[in-house]
Design a protein around this ligand. Structure first.
Ligand code: NDP
Length: 520
């Protein structure tokens, strides 16, 4: 191992917990839910070593068999879905509908889909070559080894399991470092994996604080999928760079929603409310800024305000509520800072705006009107239940403002004319743009998910992401027996002349190469 970039933190967590164990608290009640180990760097290394051993046998299995075994995990998950949903409601403060639909169901769907299609996606592929016609080129996809997964707390089941299962199906082992505030849900996933009779060392969970994540990067992994904030992402990418570990960075978002003049006000309003307040706005692809055309701005704002006031907020472990709790107090502080800055610069609070009395951490869904790009709420990630509105005069202006961001994860366009919406979508700088919908690409397991600009690089899900879990190997085989090759020694004047003529014939003035490539 080369020189180590220091990415270690203090050894204490967001909740100021002591470092020997992690304590997990319910955000809706403050109740202590349980404890998990604060895994040391030495134990992380041991876990990765065990994973390497397990991976060799796993990679030797036919891919179809790996898929079948992953489906055993899916079956066990479906059988034990209530346990997972209950824990997500308690440890993450997430409404049960969201725990079911956005977490458990997505994982079950992803396992089913990739177990089925992986043999084809990862099958050796012959590629067509232009000049080297005397050789046959094939691409082979070999598992990388041990994939490290570092994940956040907002989708503590779906996000890590998505990456873990993709890694496993591709033939890797996976070691997961979950967020320090949601360790129990990761341990539940591990319990289900082990309970399904699957190799325990193949998928391991190392709970801990930031330093445990840093230790994972330093423990001999071959690939890392990191999901988290931009600032941690930069440190993690630097640590990977220092060790030349390839990585995927799934970082923050600031999704704009453009409401065109011809948008359906009712659907757009409902989308803004769902996209802004699902999971209490703690979603990397949440609607974080609305650019509404002046023709519909007032009607849309009024309807969004009305619908927002109708939302029921409370402890998801007790009732069927629409909006649950905020994961920890610092997230509320961020929302309050954004709101104070916006109000000081002229924004108006249409509803919400003030934290609710405890027990538990609750902040009401908040709608802000009269916002502009001088305000932090329109520029920096909120990651809480706050939706700021800005009135625009033209769609051109909306597109320009939507692109005026250092982030580019998701974006949304609402228009009565789908083709028009699609044309606007093509001009927005983001990894995914949805027309007349919000959030759904997070559960579209067939499609690549990820960002551009400071929202990161690489993709989770999609065929390419499965291939990225592998080293691609080019195997080139001769098509005919030859004692020598015209490209080898000896270099003679005659052969040089032939090649020179070849250069002109093939590439000069519109050349033969185009005709050749058209032919083959
Ligand atoms: P953080 O960046 O704070 O943490 C992410 C993970 O990194 C956690 O497991 C954390 O551990 C770990 N970590 C912290 N420090 C280090 C380190 N030095 N080395 C290695 N790992 C480390 O993000 P949050 O958990 O607060 O999640 C919120 C962020 O995640 C938001 O910005 C959101 O936009 C983004 N996100 C992006 C998504 C995407 O797909 N693009 C999806 C979901 C969220 P610990 O918790 O113990 O500190």
């Amino acid at each position: 191992m080369g020189q180590v970039v220091s990415v270690t933190g203090s050894g204490t967590g967001t909740n100021g917990q002591a470092s020997s164990t992690i304590r997990s608290y319910a955000p809706a009640t403050g109740e202590l839910l349980g404890e998990a180990p604060n895994t040391s760097a030495e134990d992380v290394k041991k876990a990765v070593t065990r994973a390497h051993r397990a991976q060799e046998a796993w990679a030797a299995l036919p891919i179809e068999e790996r898929g079948r075994r992953v489906l055993r995990f899916r079956d066990a998950l479906v059988d034990r879905a209530d346990e997972v949903i209950d824990l997500l409601a308690r440890e993450c403060g997430k409404p049960r509908h969201e725990a079911l639909l956005h977490e458990v169901l997505v994982v079950a769907d992803l396992a089913t889909h990739y177990a089925k299609v992986a043999p084809e996606i990862l099958a050796p592929r012959e590629i067509s070559v232009h000049l080297m016609k005397h050789r046959k080129s094939t691409l082979h996809y070999a598992p990388r080894g041990v994939v490290g997964v570092i994940s956040p707390w907002n989708f503590p089941f779906q996000l890590p399991l998505r990456d873990v299962l993709m890694a496993l199906i591709a033939g890797n082992a996976a070691v997961l470092k979950p967020s320090e505030v949601t360790p129990l849900i990761a341990l539940k996933a591990k319990e289900i994996w082990d309970g399904a009779g699957l190799p325990p060392d193949l998928f391991q969970v190392v709970t801990g604080y930031g330093p445990t994540g840093a230790a994972l990067i330093d423990a001999g992994i071959q690939f890392l999928v990191f999901t988290g904030g931009v600032s941690t992402g930069k440190r993690v990418a630097a640590a990977c760079g220092e060790r030349l570990i390839p990585c995927v960075m799934e970082l923050g978002g600031k999704a704009p929603l453009i409401a065109c003049a011809d948008a359906d006000v009712e659907r757009t309003a409902r989308a803004v409310v769902f996209g802004g307040f699902a999971n209490c706005g703690q979603v990397c692809i949440a609607v974080e800024r609305v650019y509404a055309h002046r023709d519909i701005h007032d009607a849309l704002l009024a309807r969004v305000t009305e619908l927002t006031r109708e939302l029921r907020q409370g402890d998801p472990a007790k009732d069927f509520v629409d909006v649950g709790a905020i994961i920890f107090p610092a997230q509320i502080d961020i929302a309050e800072r954004h709101i104070a800055d916006a109000v000081a610069k002229g924004a108006e609070i249409k509803t919400g705006g003030k934290r609710l009395e405890g027990p538990g951490q609750f902040f009401p869904p908040t709608v802000l009107a009269g916002c502009d790009h001088t305000m932090t709420v329109m520029k920096d990630e909120i990651f809480g239940p706050v939706v700021p509105f800005m009135k625009v005069t033209t769609e051109e202006e909306a597109v320009r403002l939507a692109n005026e961001s250092h982030l580019g994860l998701n974006a949304y366009v609402f228009s009565g004319d789908r083709e028009h919406g699609k044309r606007i979508a093509e001009r927005i700088q983001a990894g995914s743009v949805l027309v007349n919908d919000v959030l759904s690409n997070g559960g579209t397991v067939e499609a690549p998910f990820g960002g551009i600009k400071q929202s990161g690089f690489g993709r989770a899900m999609g065929d390419e992401s499965l291939r990225e879990m592998c080293d691609v190997k080019h195997i080139s085989v001769d098509r005919m027996a030859m004692h020598n090759d015209p490209l080898w020694f000896p270099y003679t004047e005659k052969s040089y002349g032939v090649f020179k003529k070849g250069l002109k014939a093939l590439f000069g003035g519109g050349g033969l190469i185009k005709r050749l490539s058209d032919l083959f």
